[in-house]
Design a protein around this ligand. Structure first.
Ligand SMILES: [Zn+2]
Length: 83
C-alpha cells in the first residue's frame, strides 16, 4: 500500500475540524503517518495509515540490521561526494 492511496485530509476523530496527513520522524530511521487536526490540534491514525507506518518501520529496521541501504540513498551519497 502506498501513501498516494491515503486521503491527505479527513474529518477529525475528535471534533468537526479538518485533519491533515503529516509525515513524522520515527527515531530518526523513517517517517510515520499521523493525521493532525487544524482545529483541536489532536493527532490520530487510521488502519490504513498504520499499515504504511508499520511497513516503513519494519523495512527500516530490516535494512539497519543488515546494513543495507536503499538505492535512492546510495545515489544521494554518491552525488554528494561528487560535489
Ligand atoms: Zn479536531
Amino acid at each position: 500500500m502506498l501513501t498516494r492511496n491515503l486521503p491527505d485530509k479527513q474529518q477529525c476523530a475528535f471534533c468537526s475540524g479538518d485533519a491533515i496527513l503529516e509525515e513524522q520522524d520515527y527515531n530518526g530511521i523513517c517517517n510515520v503517518l499521523v493525521y493532525y487536526c487544524s482545529k483541536c490540534k489532536n493527532g490520530f491514525t487510521t488502519t490504513e495509515s498504520d499499515t504504511i507506518s508499520v511497513y516503513r518501520i519494519q523495512s527500516a529496521q530490516w535494512r539497519i540490521k543488515r546494513r543495507i541501504k536503499r538505492k535512492e540513498k546510495i545515489n544521494n551519497i554518491l552525488n554528494e561526494k561528487k560535489l
